[in-house]
Structure formats: C-alpha cells, structure tokens
Ligand binder design. Structure first.
Ligand code: NAI
Length: 369
C-alpha cells in the first residue's frame, strides 16, 4: 500500500526545501510515492508555459500535492501560477497556522493563530486593465461573491469546531468598500448566527493589524478575503517566528495542496541556506490530511525538539536578539537531516501545541494497494 502524492519542487529555494521535506517523509516510514511535476520558471523553459496541463492532471488524479514556492515575475511577465493553480483546482480555502515553536525566533512565545483566507477571488481574480493608452491609470476589479464568501466562512466555523478553537474573527473593510466589504460582512453575520456555539466577532483590517501586533493572544481563527488574508498571514508568520517556520494548506472540495507561506527567496536559491521547517510542517499538515496522525505528530515533535535544542538551526533561527542563546547557523540540508534523525526517536507522550489542519470535508486520501 502506498500514497501517490504530486510533488512540485518549485523555483528558487523550492527544490532545496522540498527535498528536505521528502527526507523527513521517508523517516516517518509512511509509504509515499512522489510524482514530481514542474511548474513556474522551469516549466516555461521546458514546456513553454508556466502551468503545463500535466501539472493539473497529476494533482486532479492524486488529489493531494506537496508544493514548493513558485516565482511570479513582478509587474510584468506571466500571471501568478500560484493564483492560477488555486483558481483552476478550485482550492478555495487557504489555511495558515502561525504557531510559535519552542518559544524561539519570536517576541511572542505563546502565539497560536490560524488565518483562513478565501483563495479564488477578491483582488486576485485577475480582472484588471489599463484605463488609457499611456498607462497613466489602471483598475483591478475586486470580485466578491456571496457563494464564495459563504463557502469560506462555513469552512472557518467548521474548522473552529473541529479543532476546538476559541473564536472566529472576520476581517474586512466594509466601512470603505461599501459593496464588496459589506457583502462579506453580511455573509459573515448570517453564518455566525448558524454557529452560536462558536464565539465570533469582526475587525476592520487596519485595526486588525494593530491589534495583532499589540495583543495577538486575544485572537484565534481569522477569516478573510484573498488580499487581506495574504497580508495577514505573513504578519502572523512574522509574529510566530518568521516565514521560515510558517506552513500552509489549500483545500478544495476534493483536492488538498500543501505549501509553505513563504516565496521562492531567490537571493538564497542554491545556497543550502533557507529554513526547511515551513515546508516540513506543510508535510506535517499533509500527513494529518491523509489520516497519518502519529507520523504527523512525530514530524512536529522532531521540529520542536530541533528548534528547542538549537544546535542545528538555519540562520533565521540563529539571529541575535531573537534567540535565548546565539548559535552558529546550520545549512538547510543539515537541519533537515537533524529533524529526520529525530523523527523515529521522539517521545510522543510530551504534550505540545499542534494545530491539525484537516479539512472539514477532507477528500478521501488517495490510498493505493
Ligand atoms: P519570500 O517569501 O520569498 O521572501 C521574503 C523574505 O523572507 C526574504 O528575506 C527571504 O529571504 C525570507 N525567506 C523566505 N523563505 C525563507 C526560508 N524558508 N528561510 C529563511 N528565510 C526565508 O517573498 P518575496 O521575496 O516577496 O517573493 C519572492 C518570490 O516568491 C516572488 O516571485 C513571489 O511571487 C514568490 N512567492 C511565491 C509564493 C508561493 O509560491 N506560494 C508565496 C509568496 C511569494
């Protein structure tokens, strides 16, 4: 019996951090057959398109994918492959837990937030144009529908129930965006009435940013539209210790894709320097989705122990000012090897804060015999 999982190594640091996650996956003993496919810059060179059909076919067939970051040219060039993947596979729910790990690398050691972001519409709908020939004015359309709003809001409340979370906070800008913002707000209020057992409230996005920096412990599950979710999940990742440790999951009705919050960090590509933890914790979420709970717990404990012991950590976790004890930085592959070494040895009776990210109606894992 084995799982067949689509693997997108991605661009920049992607191949290094996905190789790290594969090493850790092998250490769990869970039988996984990886099906590698190329998208992004490499696919443009080899297939003439950043998103070849073979990528979509592989993910639709296997229904589970582990992805590295993909580069998007800034200001011109091809459209974001990340946005296209989410839209074409209808991966509507982006779930990004921000957990402090072993109190290291952060000024907020107790942080445990989850950003649930609508991932198919909003300001990322791709409807934009120049207003005049001189390119002196431009418009981007913010598409918000009741259907997509209801779907992400229901997901957030179901997620809160399933994972015994304390509260759901909706984030919008309905005071200024009196159609799109108000539509999302109205949908939220109606959904909140259907989940009276889950405490809920609302914040304007600007106030939310300030509140998160000042008293993040008061918040729990944050649900919002596409652009606000993109920004807030990086903010929350920063509060918890940085992009190097922030995993993510994307859920559709039948497909799930797991990827770190961070991008391709081109300046570190090929240097064996990037933190592999965000990709490894994305693997942890993937294992939970497959129902491989013990393996997922082992991965999380191994990451926790490695960061807590602080002998083999990458540069971002060794920065002076953010650590209890300055240490020389290790490479990406050395940290991955240390985490993999610990996976079979960890003591699972030690209780740690883990936020499992199973979809409320998760797809059946693609178990093969
Ligand atoms: P980025 O996340 O790649 O980098 C932001 C900062 O965080 C940089 O200083 C980088 O060195 C650092 N960083 C990122 N990942 C790290 C890791 N694992 N370990 C240590 N440090 C890490 O964001 P940026 O620079 O805005 O984007 C670079 C490219 O990535 C762009 O083409 C962008 O479109 C793409 N991107 C792709 C995403 C995806 O595939 N889901 C998400 C975000 C950006």
């Amino acid at each position: 019996m084995s799982y067949t999982i689509t693997l997108l190594p991605g661009d920049g640091i992607g191949p290094e951090v996905t190789a790290a996650a594969q090493l850790v996956a092998a250490a769990t003993g869970v039988p996984i057959r990886w099906e590698p496919v190329e998208a992004g810059e490499k696919a443009v060179a080899s297939a003439g398109t950043p998103l070849p059909d073979a990528v979509l076919e592989s993910i639709r067939k296997n229904r589970v994918a582990l992805k590295g970051p993909l580069t998007t040219p800034i200001g011109s060039g091809f459209r974001s492959v990340n946005v296209a993947l989410r839209q074409q596979l209808d991966l509507f729910a982006s779930v990004r837990p921000a957990r402090a790990i072993a109190g290291e690398g952060t000024r907020y050691p107790g942080i445990d937030l989850v950003v649930v972001r609508e991932a198919t519409e909003g300001l990322y709908s791709g409807v934009e144009h120049w207003v005049d020939r001189d390119h002196s004015a431009a418009e981007t359309v913010n598409v918000i529908t009741r259907k997509a709003s209801d779907r992400i809001l229901r997901f957030a409340f179901e997620y809160a129930l399933k994972h015994h979370r304390r509260r759901v906070t909706a984030v919008h800008k309905a005071n200024i965006m009196k159609t799109t913002g108000a539509l999302f707000q109205t949908a939220f209020r109606a959904m909140a009435e259907r989940y009276p057992q889950v405490p809920s409230d609302e914040r304007l996005v600007d106030n939310m940013c300030m509140q998160l920096v000042k008293k993040p412990e008061e918040y729990d599950v944050i649900v919002t539209t596409n652009l606000f979710g993109d920004i807030l999940s990086d903010l929350c990742a920063g509060l918890a210790g940085g992009l190097g440790i922030a995993p993510g999951a994307l859920f559709g009705e039948t497909i799930a894709m797991f990827e770190p919050v961070h991008g391709s960090a081109p300046k570190y590509a090929g240097q064996d320097k990037a933190n592999p933890v965000a990709e490894i914790l994305s693997l942890e979420l993937l294992l939970r989705h497959l129902g491989e709970r013990e393996a997922a717990d082992r991965v999380f404990h191994a990451v926790w122990e490695t960061i807590a012991e602080k002998k083999v950590v990458t540069y971002d976790l060794a920065l002076p000012g953010y650590t209890s004890r300055p240490v020389p930085p290790s490479s990406c592959s050395a940290m991955a090897a240390e985490i993999a070494r610990r996976v079979p040895l960890v003591d699972l009776s030690v209780a740690l804060t883990t936020s499992g990210v199973d979809a409320p109606d998760a797809a059946d894992p693609n178990l093969e015999s």
